[in-house]
Design a protein around this ligand. Structure first.
Ligand code: MG
Length: 308
């Protein structure tokens, strides 16, 4: 894959038993993720090229969540015997194209026969000077999220319902997530976030990961949840899909109050909107309140496309 001129840092590229990369000095982030047919997508929902792109982008989102920069990846494609060669090449093209757009290179791959199509990618990225994890949120910290929530989940609803002309902006958000690499890097470099995660399972569930790791609770105000115009056209101000739907690939972070004004001043550097949606509390639970202050009964678990 990606047999063009070697990308920066690639000493020996694909085609040998191993790739050789010049990792230089410093610390590295390493992550792996997989998209599996029937678990994470239906083949009709994504073209082979889109599947390849998305497989890379969801990995890059994990690197963004730690404030890093994607650099090198290796890919495993598990492919049913009936899968067409042409489609396989399109998957590979999608991975290579998305990697390049994010400043990374595909340095190796493996192909294996399987009963279900799946794409697994292991991605190496450079770490920021200040490591940001899910641990570090403190009571009183403000909870912020980038971009808008619920768009991909709303798209999945449309795809599941076989809607004739599904909303293009929503579909785009499902098919081509935008890992918030710049925002993650800037937030980590500025040293103003106490914890960070990317929103893959739904904002309530992913906030739950921060709270568990940090041994705190949180209160989320639904009136503050950023919703796109496309989302509001279908769901009005109903925040449920935005709270529980998955695959947003936005960043969720906590900011100590003393850093809030710095964030406000520097927000243009992030390259995307960022919105305060709540506060970290000392309790150990996540509360969700509507615009009248009333608590909403919300299961703190994400949205699973294939759950009945
Ligand atoms: Mg993640």
């Amino acid at each position: 894959m990606g047999r063009r001129r070697p990308a920066r840092g690639v000493v020996v590229g694909p085609g040998q038993d191993c790739a050789v990369v010049d990792a230089g000095r410093g610390r590295w982030l390493l992550t792996i993720d997989a998209l599996v047919d029937g678990v994470h997508f239906e083949p009709a929902w994504l073209s082979p090229q889109q599947l390849g792109e998305k497989s890379f982008l969801v990995n890059a989102s994990d690197i963004a969540a730690m404030g890093g920069q994607p650099r090198f990846c290796v890919v495993n494609l598990s492919v049913p015997p009936a899968y067409r060669e042409r489609d396989l090449r399109a998957v590979q093209r999608g991975i290579v194209a998305a990697a390049r757009r994010c400043g990374a290179a595909v340095v190796g791959g493996n192909l294996t026969r399987a009963t279900a199509l799946s794409v697994s990618i292991a991605l190496l990225g450079t770490a920021p000077h200040r490591i940001v994890t899910r641990r570090g949120a403190r009571p009183g910290d403000r909870v912020y999220v980038t971009g808008t929530l619920g768009d991909a989940a709303a798209a999945v609803r449309l795809l599941q319902a076989n809607v004739a002309a599904p909303s293009a902006p929503l579909l785009r958000r499902f098919r081509r997530p935008t890992p918030r690499l710049r925002a993650g890097r800037v937030l980590a470099e500025m040293g103003i976030v106490s914890a960070m995660i990317d929103v893959s399972d739904g904002v309530v569930q992913d906030l739950g990961h921060i709270c568990r790791e940090s041994r705190v609770g949180a209160e989320v105000r639904t009136a503050e949840i950023p919703l796109s115009a496309a989302y509001r056209r279908l769901h009005g101000k109903d925040p449920r899909l935005a709270l529980r739907g998955g695959e947003d690939y936005e960043l969720l972070c906590t900011v100590p109050v003393r850093h809030v004004s710095t964030l406000q001043r520097q927000r243009a550097r992030l390259g995307c909107p960022i919105t305060c949606i709540g506060t970290i509390t000392s309790g150990r639970r996540i509360g969700v309140v509507d615009d009248t202050g009333r608590a909403l009964p919300l299961a703190a678990r994400g949205f699973d496309h294939f759950r009945a």
